[in-house]
Structure formats: C-alpha cells, structure tokens
Design a protein around this ligand. Structure first.
Ligand code: F6R
Length: 613
C-alpha cells in the first residue's frame, strides 16, 4: 500500500527521501514522488513524481534539487490510474502546498464537487488533491490550523504529511486509520508510515496515535489533537538492529526470511515455556487463571495467510484445551454484525499490526464489550495497541510481501495460547510437557526441512510449468494446504486452489489430469489411510502428485506406479504438524517463482500491509 516519508533538518532532503522510499518499495506501489522546499525564502515546494518505480523517480530528479525539508510518497492507485498526474505529492492552485496521503477520503467526490463549483481546477483524479486545495484555501494563520481545518471537512482514513511555502521550518503530519511514525534524529526529524524507512536514520521513534497530529521541525516535534490541544506522545528507543531490515547475502528478502525461521521460533518461544507446570507464560495477555478458565469459546480473526494460521490455531486450541474454537476472515467478520459473547476470547492475528480489516474487526469486538488479545509481530502497531493484551511474535522485521517467518511464529503463538488454555482445564501436566518438548525441538526440525532446499528446486521448477495446481489436506493439513496454495499463487501467479482432500470427489476430481499436479498433505496422523486412499484416486486419473508426508508413511506402492514425488518432514507431536508441513511449501513457491523470473519480494498487485479497506 502507499508509503510516506518526510525529513527536516540539516541534510539535503532528496537523497534521504529516495532512500526511505526505496525501503518502502516492498509495501507495493505503482508510482512515486517527492516534494522539497527550496532554500530561498517563500519558494513553493518543488515536486517531481512519476508512475513506475522509485528508480524512475530518482532518474527524473533534476541535478539541482536542493532543500532540507521534504516529503515523499509511494502510491498504490485507488482514485484514478497510476499516472504521473495522480502520483503524490499533490498541490493546491497556488502551488504553495504539497501533500502526501495514505488512506481513502470517503467524501472526496462531494468535496471535489464543492471545490469545482467554487472555481478550483483539479489536475488529478485523486481524493488527495481535495485535501491540498482545502489546506490551500484555509484562511487560518498557522499551518497546523489550516491542516486541522481541512481535516475537519474530511471523512475517511488518512496518514498525511504537508509542506507549505509560507511555513518553511516545518512539516505537519496527521494520522487517522493509517500509521505514521516519527523518527527523532540528531538535529533532524523524520516521519514515515513504516519503521523500515526510518531505521537507517534513527531507532528513537514516536508512534502517532489515532486522531493525532504533529509538527516536525529540525529541533523536535510536538503532538496535538485536531482541536490543537497538546498531547503527551513521547519518543521511545527501539532495541532493533537496522541490518535486520536488509536482505544481507540472500537474493531476496523472502528467502532470507524463510531461512530465518529457526531463529525466529527460538526467539518466539524464549522465556515462555514452563516445563515444571507444563504450561506457557504469557504475561502480556493480561489474563489471570480465573479469567482464562472462564473462556468458553475462542474466535481467531485475521486476513489472508494470518486467517489460515487462525484455522490451524483453532484446531490446536480445540484439541489441547477442548474449548470450541473457530477462525474467521477479519475482512468479513465485522460486516455481518457479529454476535459478541462475553465469555469468548477473540484473538486478532496480524504480522504488520496495521491491516485495516483486522483492526476494524478488533474495534468492533471491543465496541461491543468483547475481549481481544493480539498475536502481532510489529511492536507498537495499531492492532497491538488496540487489543486488551497480546503475545508479540518476535519474528523480526518481515519485509517480503509473502509472509513466512511471521506465520510460523503466529502458529507457535496459537500453540502457546492453546497450552495455557488447556492447562487451566483438563490438559494434564504430562501432556503439557509432551507439547513443550515438541515445541523446543521445532527450531532444529525446521532447520532440517530447510536443509532439503536444494532437493526441492527441480520439483519446484516442474510445478512452475503447470498452469493450475491443487493443494489438498484434511483437518490440521487443510489450512496448511490453503496456505501452500496462497504462497504459490501470490508469487508465481499460477492458479492454485486448496481443497479438503475429503471434498475432492464432491467436485474437483473432475479437473484432475496429467496437466494438473496435486500437492497432498499426508501427515502420519489418524487420517493417514484415508489420505493415502485419495492419492490413489488422483493417480488413477493421471494426476501428478507431490506428497508432503512423514518418514514411515506407506503410500501403498504408489511411488512405483505413478507420477509421485515425495517430501518427508520430521515428525513432531501431531497437534504441531502444521509448523513443519508449511516450510517445504514456502520453498516450493519461492523456487517456482524465481524459476519463472518473477520478483518474489514484490508480487504484482499485492502490498505488504493492507491499510485501506
Ligand atoms: C500472504 C500475506 C497476506 C497477509 C495478510 C494479513 O503471504 O502476506 O495474506 O497474511 O494480508 O497481513 P497481516 O498479517 O499483516 O495482518
């Protein structure tokens, strides 16, 4: 989705802005632009913007583009196509104002009509240009008051940054539903919609709250509400390694993040396992034993892959805690006026912590008096702050659009929650310890799967040639199949569909042919015989098979008779099977996409965090 950067201080702004925008590229965008205030007093902002990549923008910048105050943007087209004119920053009729905006202004059409009636000529199709004109036409005498007045007319979501020729010593920013983070440097201040754009300059940051505005000057920042009354938002130092935001020796962020999974899982589990009582320590949940005991149902909410992990988690919670649990796409949940039960624990799952559909689902639950805890990766993100408590994933920064290490740690988060819910009920200490031992072994077992990477490459290349693929699994294996199909289609652009293996004969079997490979999840569990039976039905129709299974699973002679490739992952406790079964599917998707020459980190049409509805 769109990205915002801004800098003010003693350094030239343009190089800082371009570097920041390059670091936001992974969010997904189709055009980019920058505005800087030239050093000569009273000069209007100079704006350069281009449809295309940040490097096209860099090529388009004139040699002399001086100015120490600037803002920049990567745009994801909503109102109007990806053209130079629609790219941000936008300006008013006088050219004094420059605005970049993330989010959507819902009443833009009405505001635009009013401005056109008043004689304003628009130069773009965007909702953002409305804001530039409103700020430009405001009669207020400070930039803060002009921006506040413009925002009071606006309905919708926004993160904005504004420059004005008459107020050259400042950038004014505002947040409503679209994240903004202020970075505090040495005699310079930065702002960005994502930490990734700030960490090279500073790790001292302040998260703007919903409805808050801020003024950045070279010497500091001040926050206030839209009625201009001061707020007390303070900066904090984040203990993060800026190098964690780089791809290092890897060809892509996605591969780096796949390979980081053992370490991410170690961090996720560290200090949270209680072997003595066979349970988990989850202090961040903010629930005591009585409150946990009072939970009668669990509902897991997330979008996309986070929803699939929710499905894995629901099965796990039912198995370990014997509490009814289900997962629902957060993007649908709030639209059906959900019944919120006081004894249900709602769990919001999100890597970015900014996914608007998940955030709005959390707000819906809380508005109706429900209790929500978060499984979130990004510390201090909107969802993390909106929840009553939570479990941070500690996966480290995830830059690639396709989520990998965050998902694996989300699954571990579900396992820890299930363990705690189970242990205040009927799960015995022995069973709790059994799970703990298995959890402790997972990082090394994930490494064993990653060590098979080279062997999977020819198989991935073969799958890449198929136009259409099936991913099938049952019970714990079904969300694994869904996630496998999701990864494959996201980055290789092949049509990949997931089904419950048991549903094949109710329809999709008609599509099985030598041209349609099936990736079948066949763990060594209570359903293994039935799953192997289904493999024979697929093979009998000439369908090529990739069987993702455990050592010792007997495929009934299939390997000798049919087109079958087999991938074995180490065995764990069956409740935890998804943690290992998903890893080869990530590698298959990754190598299929690279074989096709695709940019795995920036798949077409997709964004890392979906901050608009
Ligand atoms: C898939 C993927 C998306 C996200 C989804 C939710 O690889 O990355 O499906 O899982 O957009 O994002 P978060 O977890 O940030 O809420």
């Amino acid at each position: 989705m769109c990205g915002i950067v801004g800098s003010i201080g003693t350094q030239q702004a343009a190089p800082l802005l371009l570097e920041g925008l390059a670091r936001l590229e992974h969010r997904g965008y189709d055009s980019a632009g920058v505005a800087v205030l030239p050093p000569t007093a009273g000069s209007s902002p100079r704006i350069v913007k281009r449809a295309g990549r940040v490097r096209d923008l860099a090529d388009a910048l004139p040699k002399r583009f001086a100015g120490k105050v600037g803002i920049g943007h990567t745009r994801w087209a909503t109102h109007g196509p990806a053209t130079d004119a629609n790219a941000h920053p936008h300006t008013d009729e006088t050219g004094k104002v420059a605005v970049v905006h993330n989010g959507i202004i819902d009443n833009a059409a009405g505001l635009r009509a009013g401005l056109v009636d008043a004689g304003v000529e628009f130069t773009s199709d965007t909702d953002t240009e409305v804001l530039a004109h409103l700020i430009g036409r405001s009669g207020a005498d400070t930039l803060e008051a002009k921006v506040a007045e413009a925002l009071s007319a606006v309905e919708g979501t926004y993160g904005i940054a504004v420059l004005h020729a008459d107020f050259p010593d400042r950038i004014v920013v505002a947040r409503n539903g679209s994240p903004l983070i202020i970075g505090v440097g040495d005699k310079e201040m930065h702002v960005a919609s994502d930490l990734a754009a700030l960490v090279r300059y500073t790790t001292t940051v302040a998260h703007l709250e919903e409805g808050e505005m801020a003024t950045l000057t070279a010497g500091g920042f001040a926050t206030y509400r839209q009625d201009l009354t001061a707020t007390a938002t303070r900066s904090t130092h984040l203990d993060i390694d800026a190098d964690a935001f780089d791809a290092g020796d890897c060809d892509s962020y996605m591969l780096k993040e796949i390979l980081e999974q053992p370490a991410a899982c170690e961090r996720m589990l560290s200090g949270r396992l209680d072997d003595r009582f066979g349970t988990a320590h989850l202090g961040g949940l903010g629930l005591d034993a009585r409150e946990i005991r009072a939970v009668r149902r669990v509902k897991l909410l997330g979008c996309g892959s986070a929803h699939y992990v929710g499905q894995m988690g629901a099965t796990l919670i039912e198995e370990l805690a014997r509490i009814p649990a289900d997962a629902e796409a957060a993007s649908e949940f709030r639209y059906r006026n959900p019944v919120i039960e006081p004894d249900t624990l709602y769990v919001a799952i999100s890597q970015s912590g900014e996914t608007v559909d998940t955030l709005l689902a959390v707000q819906e639950v809380r508005r109706k008096g429900g209790r929500v805890v978060g499984l979130v990766n990004v510390v201090g993100s909107a969802i993390a702050r909106e929840c009553d408590g939570g479990i941070y994933l500690h996966a480290g920064p995830e830059v690639a659009v396709a989520s990998t290490k965050a998902l694996t740690t989300m699954f571990l988060g579900c396992a820890l929650l299930a363990l705690q819910l189970g242990r205040v009920r009927d799960l015995s200490v022995a069973d709790g310890r059994r799970l703990i031992t298995a959890l402790q072994a997972l990082p090394a077992q994930i490494q064993q799967v990653l060590d098979q990477e080279k062997e999977l490459i020819p198989l991935a290349q073969r799958l890449a040639e198929a136009e259409s693929l099936f991913f099938v699994g049952r019970v714990r294996g079904y969300p694994v199949a869904r996630e496998g199909a999701q990864k494959f289609k996201e980055i290789s652009y092949r049509h990949a569909e997931a089904y419950q293996t048991s549903e094949l004969k109710h329809g999709p079997l008609a599509l099985i042919s030598p041209a349609v490979p099936t990736i079948a999840i066949v763990p060594h569990d209570e359903l293994v015989d039935r799953n192997v039976g289904a493999l024979h039905e697929i093979a009998a129709r000439g369908g090529p098979l990739v069987v993702l299974t455990h050592p010792g699973v007997d495929l009934g002679g299939l390997e000798a008779e049919a087109d079958v490739a087999r991938i074995d992952v180490p065995r764990t406790e069956r409740e935890l099977d998804p943690a290992l079964l998903t890893i080869p599917l990530q590698l298959l998707a990754y190598h299929a996409a690279t074989h096709l020459g695709l940019d795995v980190d920036k798949p077409r049409n997709l964004a890392k965090s979906v901050t608009v509805e």
